[in-house]
Design a protein around this ligand. Structure first.
Ligand code: ARG
Length: 465
């Protein structure tokens, strides 16, 4: 008979006689996913041990042994040699147990004045902060790609849509720059999240703080935090930083999803505004003619997946009493999954932006179709004939109906046909009915005029250089 206490957890099993049921171990273990926190866990432990030694809580010799052991463990994990063990629950206890295995007694002093609760809160903040920095760089890269293509196509017209009906001509560059503006806001949201996230939970211990004379300001500074958290209960139970990250992710992934949907539409044969190369499309196993925009479709789908992660974590946290509850272990997978999905979607989108080949002649042809310059005609009646806008709108509506009845574009109506509806119309009106005149006339701030677009694209490219 083996002694049942042999199977009790070595990190907390003192008051336990037996080991966990197999299903208890399985549901309890987070090592399957929280091993992704290993770098942050080691960084946090190095800072904690240094502070403990500096504050005279552990000896300098112990601190050296701990630091050396943790660095060796980092190499083991890096090289895939680390013996991860589900029985040790999570990354924190896996690393601590391994440390004691390697350096003995000193390893058992590392957890002085600390709990896994402030430890995991710290690790997770560090992980999200690293993720923010990585995603931010990817957003900047996407913006460079979009602004570069916008500069290239500052003067190329395409139909602008409302209700997905041709509305008014815009330039392709202007359309792409809309996504640059969205991405810029996505970066601001991340920066804002990072600013609020950047407080250090270490020292909160389990929930109430610790009786040891710790120096939370020192660990905070060593880990690049602006300051320690001001309240120990909040420090261990707050996951706002993760929610804010997911909210920023959900909004940004929604932006990517909208662009992806436009790519899908533009690539569709009836539209054929844009083609993606072999690099970003796939074929069909049955229909030899197919070229499918799978990357764009997957980016479109990631938006839903990331929004789901936000709802998932909000729902886990809702109603949780202070301070820590094991429910909170469920905070990591949605964040990891959303960060992965967001990163993939950004990389694929930047790739497609650089890859896409617009059919400029086709876009130009459709830019003028569907009476897209009707508003320009109404505006001309207001500006030149001094008609009130509402009346000009009505007159133009009748002109569109006349053109439609004849099956021609507005600029194909004869002067006599136009004057039969509005006698004030002169031959001069034709000059505002072209697509180029329409876009060029919108030269106010935010307008689609090629000179604006070229200037805005250049400004972005310079800012992002
Ligand atoms: N694996 C745990 C988590 O991710 C670490 C904290 C455990 N704390 C505790 N009191 N059981 O939340």
């Amino acid at each position: 008979m083996t002694d049942p206490t042999d199977r009790a957890n070595p990190q907390w099993g003192g008051r336990f006689a037996g080991g966990p049921a197999a299903i208890m171990q399985t549901i309890n273990a987070s090592i399957g996913f929280d091993r992704r926190l290993w770098r942050q866990d080691i960084r946090g432990s190095l800072a904690h041990a240094a502070m403990l030694a500096k504050s005279g809580i552990i000896s300098v010799e112990d601190e050296h042994a701990i630091a050396g052991g943790l660095e060796a463990i980092a190499r083991e994990i890096e090289e895939g040699r680390f013996p991860f063990d589900e029985a040790l629950e999570d990354i924190h206890m896996n690393i601590e147990a391994r440390l004691t295995e390697r350096i003995g007694e000193a390893g058992k002093r590392l957890h002085t004045g600390r709990s896994r609760n402030d430890q995991v809160a710290t690790d997770f903040r560090l992980w999200v902060r690293d993720a923010i920095d990585g995603i931010d760089a990817q957003l900047a890269d996407l913006m460079r790609a979009l602004a570069g293509r916008a500069a290239e196509h500052a003067a190329d017209p395409m139909p602008g849509f409302t209700h997905l009906q041709a509305a008014q001509p815009v330039t392709f560059g202007h359309h792409l720059l809309a996504y640059v503006e969205m991405s810029a806001r996505d970066r601001l949201r991340l920066a804002d999240c990072r600013r609020r996230l950047n407080e250090c939970p270490l020292g909160a211990a389990a929930l109430a703080g610790t009786s040891f004379p710790i120096d939370p300001a020192a660990t905070a500074a060593a880990l690049g935090f602006d300051r320690p958290c001001a309240n120990s209960l909040d420090a261990v139970s707050d996951r706002d930083f993760a929610l804010e990250f997911l909210a920023a992710a959900a909004i940004a992934a929604m932006h990517l999803s909208r662009f992806a949907e436009e790519l899908v539409i533009w690539c569709s044969p009836p539209f054929r505004f844009v083609a993606l190369s072999d690099a970003f499309t796939t074929g069909s196993s049955i229909m030899p003619q197919k070229r499918n925009p799978d990357a764009a479709e997957l980016v479109r789908a990631k938006g839903g997946r990331v929004a789901g992660a936000l709802v998932s974590l909000l729902t886990v946290l809702k109603g949780l009493p202070l301070a820590y509850g094991k429910d909170m272990q469920e905070d990591k997978e949605p964040v990891f999954d959303a960060a992965d999905a967001w990163g993939l979607a950004l990389a694929a989108t930047a790739g497609m932006v650089r890859d896409m080949r617009p059919d400029l002649a086709r876009m130009r042809a459709f830019a003028g179709a569907g009476y897209a310059t009707a508003t320009d005609l109404a505006d001309w009646l207001v500006r030149v004939r001094r008609l009130p806008f509402r009346q000009a709108h009505h007159v133009t509506g009748r002109l569109v109906a006349a053109a439609e009845a004849r099956g021609v574009d507005l600029d194909r109506l004869t002067l006599e046909e136009m004057q039969a509806i509005e006698p004030g119309i002169t031959a001069e009106v034709v000059s505002v009915l072209t697509v180029d005149a329409s876009v060029a006339s919108r030269r106010h701030i935010g307008g689609t005029a090629p000179e604006n677009v070229a200037r805005a694209a250049a400004r972005w490219l310079e800012a992002l250089a």
